[in-house]
Design a protein. Structure first.
Length: 167
C-alpha cells in the first residue's frame, strides 16, 4: 500500500467533506495529478515547498468547487498547472516565491503561452518576500519589466516593480 508520503492526493481526494487543504512538503514526487471526481467539495488548496515538483495536472471534473489555489516555493515548477482552465469556479490563483519563468508565461498580451489556462480567473497574483513581508503583484505588472530596456544583459526582477500591496 502507498503511504501518504508517496502520493497524498490519491489518499485524500475521496474525503467527502474536505473543503480546505494545505500540503506542505508532503512528497518528493515530480508530478501531482488531480483526478476527475476527486475533491468534490474542496474550496481552498495550497501547495507549498514541493522541492521536486515539475508538473501539476488537473483533469476535467476534479475539484469542481475550488475557489482559491495557492502555489508557493515550488522552485522547479515552470508552468501553470495543466488543466487549471477546468477549474471554472476558481476566483483566485496565487503564486508565492515562484520561478519568474512561470510568471512570464502568464502574460495576458498574447505572449504568455499559459495565459489561456488562467484567462477565466478574476484574480491572478504573484508575491515575493521583500523587507520582512510579501510584496504582491498582479500578473499584468510583469509585462512592465519586459517592455523597459535592460542595461547590458542585467535581468530585471520583481523587486523593480511597485507592489499592489504588502502582506
Amino acid at each position: 500500500m502507498e503511504s501518504v508520503k508517496d502520493d497524498p492526493v490519491v489518499h485524500l481526494q475521496d474525503l467527502p467533506n474536505l473543503v480546505h487543504l494545505e500540503l506542505l512538503h508532503t512528497c518528493d514526487n515530480d508530478m501531482l495529478s488531480f483526478k476527475s471526481g476527486g475533491f468534490k467539495k474542496l474550496k481552498v488548496l495550497g501547495l507549498d515547498k514541493f522541492d521536486k515538483l515539475r508538473c501539476v495536472k488537473v483533469e476535467k471534473g476534479a475539484m469542481p468547487c475550488l475557489e482559491r489555489l495557492t502555489i508557493q516555493r515550488c522552485k522547479l515548477l515552470k508552468r501553470v498547472p495543466s488543466g487549471v482552465k477546468n477549474l471554472t469556479k476558481l476566483k483566485s490563483l496565487q503564486f508565492f516565491d515562484m520561478p519568474y519563468e512561470l510568471i512570464l508565461k502568464l502574460q495576458p498580451d498574447g505572449e504568455g503561452e499559459d495565459y489561456g489556462e488562467v484567462a477565466h480567473i478574476p484574480e491572478v497574483y504573484s508575491a515575493y518576500w521583500r523587507d520582512g513581508g510579501w510584496d504582491v503583484y498582479p500578473i499584468e505588472s510583469f509585462k512592465e519589466i519586459e517592455n523597459r530596456p535592460s542595461p547590458a544583459g542585467i535581468v530585471r526582477r520583481s523587486h523593480e516593480l511597485r507592489p499592489l500591496w504588502k502582506v
